[in-house]
Ligand binder design. Structure first.
Ligand SMILES: Cc1cc2nc3c(=O)[nH]c(=O)nc-3n(C[C@H](O)[C@H](O)[C@H](O)COP(=O)(O)O)c2cc1C
Length: 390
């Protein structure tokens, strides 16, 4: 294929890593994550492989023999896409879940303490804020299939097969959700599924009409291999769920402008992700902006996705409706997304904080990049970027 190209096209094919796929240093954390087994660092190496919004990886860890402190790195935010940093805290909850799943197999009993308080629009743009502390005590090592699934869990954005979930799969998913204040609402009835799909597509349209949201989402999109190797974060073409041919073609084209890029996203959402979803779901909380519930909801998403991975099921968050709920609240807009979500849960006072789809994918998902674990560590003395408390 390279031979058919001329001039800049040949250069671009190399620059873009067109034929390389999701490989290289930016993907090493998926392969060497077991190298610190039996030490507290093993838990952090598991933590950084967790799901997180736009692959912002908003975490910093302070590790000592019997203790790991998790901080939110407030610089790694989604701006107008996440004005309350609700998604940031969901992602921090995902990291906590991976760490907790890693404790037993690495010979630790972990006890968790999390920050409390409310998320608000007054979110500082820098500094670290403590989110959770894990106290580790030695314990007999215990195998754990969810721990083993950490390296195989990837967000799957491609087409899913036209196969309904079995009752066992639905019950299995529901059984992963625990926590007094977190619930799950699974949808596979075709009529309700179509309604939820419409809500997702409508919210995606509202996002692409909101230039500030588009701009802040685009900041985390990494188009070229160079960007991926430099930043080792963000969303990539390799992880977009395109076919191998389309992935290659998209990499060869110049980076589209933000509006065009997000129109492709709308198309994929409508024609592939919603159109082929045999089931969707919502993670519910009592209070959308309570920090502890948000962390718990993130932990539940990560656990659901790990369990689904052990069962050969693919999953993808489709969280646009809740992103719009936050944006509507921030700007004092007509609460359209909020009302549409509430209409899907008649009589239920709880509120969705996370929407997703689940099914059997047509082909495997590719991994997304990760910063090295060393880049996520601080020692006990962190005044340079400021320590705040919740
Ligand atoms: C709070 C939250 C919201 C997310 N929303 C979306 C979404 O709307 N669409 C999507 O495709 N992925 C979404 N994701 C998935 C992330 O983009 C993904 O976890 C990240 O890029 C890392 O990739 P990985 O999960 O394959 O490791 C979300 C993840 C989290 C934790």
């Amino acid at each position: 294929m390279t031979l058919l190209l001329v001039g800049g096209g040949v250069w671009r094919a190399t620059d873009q890593g067109v034929f390389r796929g999701a490989q290289g240093n930016a993907y090493t954390p998926w392969h060497d994550w077991r190298e610190a087994d039996g030490t507290p660092l093993a838990l952090v190496k598991a933590g950084i492989l967790a799901a997180n919004p736009h692959n912002t990886q908003p975490w910093v860890f302070e590790v000592s023999e019997g203790r790991i402190v998790l901080y939110a790195d407030r610089r790694r935010h989604l701006g107008n896409f996440d004005p309350y940093r609700r998604e940031m805290y969901l992602g921090l909850g995902c990291a906590l879940e991976n760490m907790l799943q890693a404790a037993g197999p690495n010979g630790y009993a972990a006890s968790l303490t999390v920050a409390s308080g409310d998320l608000s629009l007054e979110q500082p743009y820098d500094g670290l804020v403590q989110v959770a502390e894990l106290r580790l005590a030695p314990a007999p090592a215990m195998p754990n299939p969810l721990y083993a699934a950490i390296e195989r869990r990837h967000t799957h954005r491609g087409p899913y097969r036209d196969t309904r979930l079995s009752a066992m799969q639905r019950d299995g998913l529901r059984a992963q959700v625990d926590g007094e204040r977190v619930g799950i609402h699974l949808v596979d009835d075709p009529e309700v599924l179509a309604r939820l799909g419409t809500v997702v597509v409508r919210a995606t349209r509202a996002i692409i009409d909101d230039h500030a949201m588009v701009a802040d989402s685009e900041r985390w999109f990494r188009h070229s291999r160079r960007e991926i190797e430099k930043y080792r974060d963000g969303t990539t073409l390799d992880a977009a769920g395109l076919s191998p041919v389309m992935t290659t073609l998209a990499k060869m084209l110049p980076r589209p402008d933000a509006e065009t890029n997000h129109r492709y996203w709308l198309e994929a959402t409508e024609r592939v992700q919603v159109a082929t979803a045999p089931a969707m779901g919502l993670i519910l909380v009592d209070d959308l902006y309570d920090i502890q519930q948000t962390l718990a909801a993130g932990r539940n998403w990560q656990r659901l996705h790990l369990w689904a991975t052990t069962q050969g099921l693919a999953m993808q968050p489709l969280n646009q409706p809740v992103e719009r709920v936050d944006r509507e609240a921030e700007l004092g807009l007509e609460p359209a997304a909020r009302r549409e979500l509430a209409a899907l849960l008649p009589g239920d006072p709880r509120r969705p904080t996370f929407a997703f789809r689940v099914g059997v994918a047509e082909s495997p998902a590719r991994p997304s990049p990760r910063r090295s674990v060393a880049d996520t560590l601080v020692d006990g003395d962190i005044p340079s970027i400021g320590r705040a408390s919740t």
